[in-house]
Design a protein around this ligand. Structure first.
Ligand SMILES: [Zn+2]
Ligand SMILES: [Zn+2]
Length: 221
């Protein structure tokens, strides 16, 4: 398992299992926030990476969405460190298997009901900042997909909103994406936020992604 520093407050922990799988550790005032949880076998390495940071204890887990390659390590992590888990309230019925994800016939076996709580709202659909990260609803890849923006470091942790190849923005993986058109439209978040760095789960980082976004949106249209 590889640990690399992304910015002043963020580290990426990654493995390669046919595709790269990245999760993020975010150091904050009260300790460490884990964004996404990867596959179950990553639990041990994630906890070891947190301990080595020396940035305080794990305080919470934030999910970009509920696909199994993002939630697999939650159960083994919670057995060792019982912390709250948050996702967008729209995503929760899909991740707990109450509803099948769009374009899937069967519900995912996902996370037990009650494990994930909804991200807090400030009102009018604006999600409250948590641990230095502002969540933004970016649906399409899944109905309640969220990207987390670290405002101080100007890093957007974007889960499966995009893929990337050699620093170029790519569409999310089609077979796992509920509504590609909506997912592509949600990608415009990078034009709004103008992050310095975009981090995605299944690919390398993209620097200054806003410079590519009009081309990305046009190619999709
Ligand atoms: Zn996904
Ligand atoms: Zn994924």
């Amino acid at each position: 398992m590889r640990v690399e520093r992304v910015s002043a407050h963020i580290w990426a922990v990654s493995v390669w299992v046919l595709i790269p799988i990245r999760v993020w550790l975010v150091a904050g005032d009260d300790g460490v926030t884990l964004v996404d949880a990867g596959l179950s076998f990553m639990a041990e390495g994630i906890l070891r990476a947190i301990d080595r940071l020396g940035a305080g204890p794990l305080r919470r887990i934030l999910l970009t969405h509920g696909h199994s390659d993002h939630t697999g390590a939650i159960a083994p992590i919670l057995r060792r460190r019982p912390v709250p888990v948050y996702a967008h309230e729209r995503e929760i019925p899909y991740m707990t298997g109450q509803l099948p994800y769009p374009r899937r016939r069967r519900p995912a076996a996902g996370l037990a009901p009650g494990v994930a709580e909804p991200l807090a709202e400030e009102g009018r659909g604006v999600l409250a900042r948590v641990a230095g990260l502002r969540p933004y609803l970016t649906p399409g890849h899944s109905p309640g997909h969220v990207a987390y923006y670290h405002e101080r470091d100007r890093v957007l942790l974007a889960g499966d909103l995009f893929t990337s190849r050699q620093g170029r923005l790519g569409r999310p993986m089609a077979i796992f994406t509920a509504d590609m058109e909506e997912a592509v439209r949600s990608g415009a978040i990078v034009a709004t936020l103008q992050p310095e760095r975009l981090e995605i789960c299944h690919g390398g980082p993209v620097l200054n992604p806003a410079a590519q976004i009009s081309q990305y949106l046009a190619a999709a249209g």
